[in-house]
Ligand binder design. Structure first.
Ligand code: ARG
Length: 460
């Protein structure tokens, strides 16, 4: 095959136009699959030898050639060419250049259709493993911060209005839980994708006496994909991964939004370290929370890729169609986005400066203990709906006097209900409110400490 010839030249009477080569070529982005492609080819060749489909000496030559290519790829000396369309054909061409005719035997009993489906699984499997590892790091960084702030009081919000006081650690642990489910979604997707497509060949299988289970085992798959049409055509595993990635980014985006708000002068709960911010080219006073803003922004592209993959698959008749080549850029971009985000996020969390006094002051502002007064009245025998109404009146008067409920003296409070006694005040403090919620999942300091201990064990 000379440089201008393609694999299918013999069949065609016109050469491929340059623009068509560019349009149909994928090597510029699928060269990322080179190492897993070689990994798969090595085992495929070994199986061909064991099954006596190729000679031992041919296998030895293929093995040597592929290992050389591996070194060329890792040291970035490999010369990729659009003349050979994709990663698979580039490697095969180079193999034949290095070892001669034996290289042409590697593709026996397989097609690029089952080859690429295998490569994507191998690649994604490794990526998922490293992403899960990164999520672990983020969880650990969050728990470390939470441990320092079990007794830091902040206003818990609903509708962005002050609702009830909570421990800052309790707030942080909510994200640790979300990340836990994100990991389990990724584990789940990994488990379901970890079956071998190779052996399906183009779509119908092969007439050679291959051993698919050998290949599956050697490549670390949990088994083989039983139906050859299914093996080469479906990309549900990429969609599942992207969907788990979208949920993960959604969580990180919510968190980013909070970091952005908390670091604004209106909240002033935290300061994001200078090394994660940038300034403004016009306003000298500005320090912008670029990192969380970008995490929030990048969430959009991860959602977008999910939609493009779903759309890519929705009308494809069985089995393989070239459309599937379009699965790579979205998936690679999702992986890159996740890996970058998860590299930067734990460091940003570890370097946050927290201002507990400002959090506490904010919790004092919005009658955060009103529910506690209502609960107090219930404990004194009033029905909850009645106590709710009484406390609403107390709050109304506090608003008009611009004071907190706890600032009313006992006689003033008793005007609202005669069951109120001097023991009421311990329920009206922020800490009293927090400490009363000591059941599993509550925000009492003791419950939060137990929750931290529990997640730490889980993370080990
Ligand atoms: N580059 C192709 C892809 O990503 C490889 C499979 C090509 N198969 C084919 N019959 N043209 O899907």
């Amino acid at each position: 095959m000379n440089k201008k010839q393609t694999k299918w030249s013999e069949r065609f009477s016109e050469p491929t136009k340059e623009v068509v080569k560019r349009f149909t070529g994928s090597v510029n982005f699928d060269k990322r699959l080179a190492l897993v492609d070689i990994q798969g080819s090595l085992v495929h060749a070994e199986m061909l030898m064991i099954q006596k489909i190729i000679l031992v000496k041919d296998y030895k030559a293929i093995e040597k050639g592929l290992n050389q290519i591996k070194r060329e790829v890792t040291s970035e000396r490999f010369e990729w060419s659009l003349d050979f369309e994709d990663v698979h054909l580039n490697i095969e061409k180079r193999l034949t250049d290095i070892i001669g005719d034996a290289g042409k035997k590697l593709h026996t009993g397989r097609s690029r259709n089952d080859q690429v489906a295998t490569d994507m699984r191998l690649y994604l499997r490794d990526s998922i493993d490293s992403i899960i590892n990164q999520i672990n790091h983020l969880q650990k960084a969050t728990i470390t911060l939470a441990e320092e702030h079990v007794t830091t009081i902040m206003p818990g919000l609903t509708h962005l209005q002050v609702a009830q006081p909570i421990s800052f650690a309790h707030h942080l642990l909510a994200y640790v839980e979300m990340l836990d489910r994100d990991k389990s979604r990724l584990f789940d997707a990994r488990k379901r994708m970890n079956f071998l497509p190779l052996g399906a060949a183009a779509l119908a299988g092969t007439s050679f006496p291959i051993n698919r289970n050998f290949v599956a085992k050697k490549l670390g798959f949990d088994g083989i994909i039983e139906n050859s049409m299914d093996a080469v055509s479906d990309r549900d595993f990429l969609i599942e991964f992207n969907s788990a990635a979208a949920v993960l980014m959604m969580h990180l985006s919510r968190w980013s939004e909070e970091l952005i708000m908390w670091s604004s002068p209106f909240f002033n709960y935290i300061e994001i370290s200078d090394s994660f911010c940038t300034g403004s080219s016009i306003m000298p006073q500005k320090k912008n929370p670029d990192v969380p803003e970008l995490v929030r922004g990048k969430t959009g592209r991860v959602y977008g890729h999910l939609m493009s993959l779903l759309t890519l698959m929705k009308s494809q008749p069985l089995a393989y169609n070239k459309d599937n080549q379009e699965d790579k850029e979205p998936v690679f971009d999702v992986i890159d986005t996740l890996e970058d985000t998860l590299e930067i996020f734990p460091e940003m969390i570890a370097e946050l400066k927290i201002f507990p006094k400002n959090m506490q002051a904010a919790a004092m502002k919005g009658y955060a203990t009103a529910t506690d007064l209502a609960d107090y009245l219930v404990n004194k025998g009033l029905p909850f709906r009645e106590s709710h109404g009484i406390v609403a009146k107390v709050v109304k008067q506090a608003v008009s006097k611009d004071c907190d409920i706890s600032e009313f003296d006992l006689s003033e409070l008793q005007k609202f209900s005669s069951v109120i006694d001097k023991d009421v005040y311990k329920y009206l403090t922020l800490e009293g409110s927090i400490q009363s919620r000591k059941h599993v999942g509550g925000t009492a300091f003791s419950a939060v400490k137990k929750a931290i201990a529990k997640v730490k064990i889980k993370l080990k």
